[in-house]
Design a protein around this ligand. Structure first.
Ligand code: DGJ
Length: 726
């Protein structure tokens, strides 16, 4: 009892002196505010994150500290280590003299408006003892309630310092309880969600895979406050690191029940040497926050991504026919000419030639040889890809091609010529992932080579219209012959090298659409999507599986980025497969010449139907109506920004007896005051719809009473087009 009283007194004392505030700095978006405060002691704390106040002058009244915060920095805006801090740090360093302490104090701030919609706040911190400066950046996208946060570390000591941890952001949340929705996966099992209440201590989400870092776990996550949020209700933060390599996000529930989220590059095996005068710029951690549930938060993220982040987010995409699953490695010029005819017949925009077109001394006839040798295989393509491109031109379709330029098979001329370009331990046996190794992109010579792979394709076919950029191997035996004594920089410098290549590609070829593929969804993130127009969510194209995978991805990435191909995976009818692939960027990877006439007719009609509605899917707002995790029917809707036109996709996801849509499903996102008609579209030839297309409904009715798409075992997928009545 006496001990507790003493602690309270100490806490009280700390509250009164150490936390007395000098400056309050709000970072506001349309609905939210993140509030920083500087104490008399010059500690920078983040005292609030949540709905913004009507009167900004009241932010300074937010109570700055907690009793019993012995350190005074529990809610630090960027927690240092080795001095007063008692919790997980955001930054940890070793000074030039070997000392490991850091204590960052406020120096100055700057707040500027970059446009009517974007503000940038930067706060400079400095250690009073050592010449280390850290500047924290908060880029606020006002209308979308999105903030990107990163830090820049600079030092002017007498020698190099070692960065042992260097997070992008250190966010503090306050609530009664915290609910984490995280994702795990494997090949063909991407984006499996798990939701749990966060307990005290540290929960870490991370990756150590190097290249396709997201294979086991992506950096995207959600935290609901007070209770698990639903689609349309509850407080939820969605976050992700904009980095295409190892990441680490620590979620620490501290002794005062605040949640500290510290996210950045994974410092695992990655101590980084920083020379005097050089800036170390961390990647951005991006997040959005909504008090209206997961749906609203995801729409904000989508809108931000299309407006500001993804390559050509506001432009169109190409539909395509891919030959991977119809030929694998077994094709020749004539086979490809035939597929070009099929592409034309199907009515899609482009033919995409997949893996297997290259390698001569080591022909790429399976996945054991040829990677790295990017010359056309003379047996399969005696006249080169130029001849395929010419034929495509004649057929009036565009031509695109697959590459995996970061990788090498040991059976390749490249490997024989440049063993020092390959990531592998010099004294250990090689260890393979899909019989291949990763090239060392920390090496500028390798960066030149990888850029050259892309560049040479345009020399062969100046009209090349699309690139599928694959990346199948993780990094085993991390060692760079180029980095010599700085081995622990490999994971970071690899990703930086990749970005240098992608920047060069984009400088020279700004308009070429590129798909980010990784033998499935092992790589997507918002840094990579600055260079790529779309990504491949999973090799698993079984449509039932895809409904779940696409549903979870859709919380973080808009439909325009999701490459969905119709394949022969799964047991569902062709219509179901096509309908699921339409919820994103439609492609086909089937042998269309083997389709029966009805199926072929259906696919051709489906391409036309898709062309009529694709801009609603790509550029509209997405609403999730019925959840496949909990309901027998999955239902998703896209509404154009003017609320004139919408599409509702419905699928049976439970095959038990008599499963189906037993009643109306409530629509969302329409204008309650306007009138709409509904019509079932994408019907299989000869099928009749039992959805009443005669009635005119108000948006109010559709959103309060709803409509039944009549999904059942015979009508296992149903698409409904909603249009404003004249
Ligand atoms: C993995 C991709 O996910 C597939 O679509 C295909 O391109 C193969 N690689 C080719 O090797």
């Amino acid at each position: 009892m006496i001990k507790n009283l003493r602690l309270l007194l100490i806490g009280g004392l700390l509250t009164n002196c150490a936390f007395a505030q000098k400056l309050t700095l709000p970072v506001e978006t349309a609905h939210n505010a993140l509030v920083l405060q500087v104490s008399n002691n010059n500690d920078l704390t983040q005292v609030y994150f949540g709905e913004k106040l009507n009167n900004p002058s009241e932010y300074k009244a937010i109570s700055p500290g907690d009793n019993n915060d012995y350190s005074g920095v529990y809610r630090s805006a960027y927690t240092s280590s080795g001095s007063r801090n008692l919790l997980e740090p955001a930054i940890s360093i070793q000074h030039a003299d070997g000392n490991q302490s850091l204590d960052l104090r406020y120096v100055s701030y700057k707040q500027e408006k970059l446009s009517t919609d974007i503000s940038l706040t930067s706060v400079k911190l400095k250690d009073p003892v050592y010449s280390i400066e850290v500047t924290l950046f908060y880029k606020a996208y006002i209308k979308d309630d999105v903030i990107e946060q990163w830090s820049v570390i600079n030092q002017r000591e007498k020698g190099d310092i070692i960065l042992q941890k260097y997070a992008s952001a250190n966010l503090n949340l306050s609530a009664k309880s915290y609910w984490l929705r995280q994702y795990h996966g494997e090949w063909a099992k991407e984006m499996r969600p798990e939701e749990t209440q966060i307990t005290h201590g540290i929960k870490t989400l991370d990756s150590k895979l190097g290249t396709r870092a997201n294979l086991f776990m992506p950096s995207v996550f959600m935290v609901s406050l007070d209770r698990s949020s639903t689609e349309d209700d509850g407080k939820v933060l969605m976050g992700a690191l904009e980095w295409s390599g190892n990441f680490r996000t620590d979620l620490e529930l501290d002794p005062q029940d605040h949640l500290r989220i510290i996210s950045g590059i994974n410092n695992y095996a990655s101590a980084y040497r920083l020379k005097p005068g050089i800036d170390f710029v961390t990647p951005a951690f991006v997040y959005t926050y909504s008090t209206h549930g997961k749906g609203d938060a995801s729409r904000h993220l989508h809108s931000w991504a299309r407006d500001y982040k993804i390559m050509d987010g506001k432009r169109d995409r190409l539909t395509l026919l891919n030959n991977w699953e119809s030929t694998y490695f077994d094709f020749n010029e004539q086979k490809l000419f035939n597929i070009l005819k099929d592409t034309k017949e199907l009515g899609v925009d482009l033919f995409l030639l997949d893996d297997g077109w290259f390698g001569n001394k080591y022909p790429r006839n399976d996945d054991r040889a040829g990677l790295g040798d990017w010359q056309e295989n003379h047996n399969k393509l005696p006249n080169g890809i130029a001849s395929i491109a010419r034929e495509a031109d004649k057929d009036g379709v565009k031509f695109g091609i697959w590459i995996e330029p970061e990788m090498v098979n040991p059976k390749s001329i490249l490997y024989n010529k440049h063993p020092d370009w390959v990531i592998k331990q010099p004294k250990r046996d090689e260890y393979y992932f899909r019989n291949q190794l990763v090239l060392d992109l920390s090496n500028p010579a390798v960066q030149d080579f990888v850029f050259g792979v892309v560049d040479s394709l345009f020399i062969k076919d100046p009209k090349l219209a699309y690139i599928k950029w694959d990346c199948n191997s993780v990094i085993f035996n991390a060692y760079s012959a180029h980095l010599k004594h700085d081995q622990s920089q490999l994971y970071v410098d690899y990703v930086r090298g990749l970005y240098k290549v992608l920047q060069r590609v984009r400088q020279k070829y700004p308009n070429i659409p590129m798909m980010l593929c990784s033998g499935g969804g092992g790589r997507v993130d918002y840094a990579a999507l600055q260079y790529f127009t779309e990504f491949w969510p999973s090799d698993n194209t079984d449509p039932l599986e895809r409904i779940f995978i696409q549903w979870e991805y859709s919380y973080f990435y808009p439909a325009i980025t999701s490459s969905n191909h119709v394949t022969d995976w799964g047991r569902q009818p062709l219509k179901y497969r096509v309908d699921v692939a339409m919820m994103g960027k439609l492609g086909f990877d089937i042998v269309t010449s083997k389709l029966n006439p009805h199926d072929l007719r259906f696919c051709k009609d489906a391409v036309n139907t898709y062309n009529a509605i694709k801009s609603i899917i790509w550029h509209g707002d997405q609403y999730r109506l019925s959840d496949p995790q909990t309901d027998n029917v999955a239902s998703v809707m896209y509404v154009d920004t003017l609320k004139k036109s919408a599409v509702m996709f419905n699928y049976l996801v439970n095959n038990r007896f008599d499963s189906g849509s037993k009643g109306p499903i409530l629509l969302k996102g329409l204008d309650a005051t306007r009138k709409y008609t509904i019509k079932e579209i994408n019907l299989y030839p000869g099928a009749k719809s039992n959805v009443n297309a005669e009635t005119v409904y108000t948006g109010d009715f559709l959103m309060k009473i709803g409509i039944n798409p009549n999904v059942d075992a015979r009508r296992s997928s149903v698409i409904i087009h909603i249009e404003q009545a004249q």
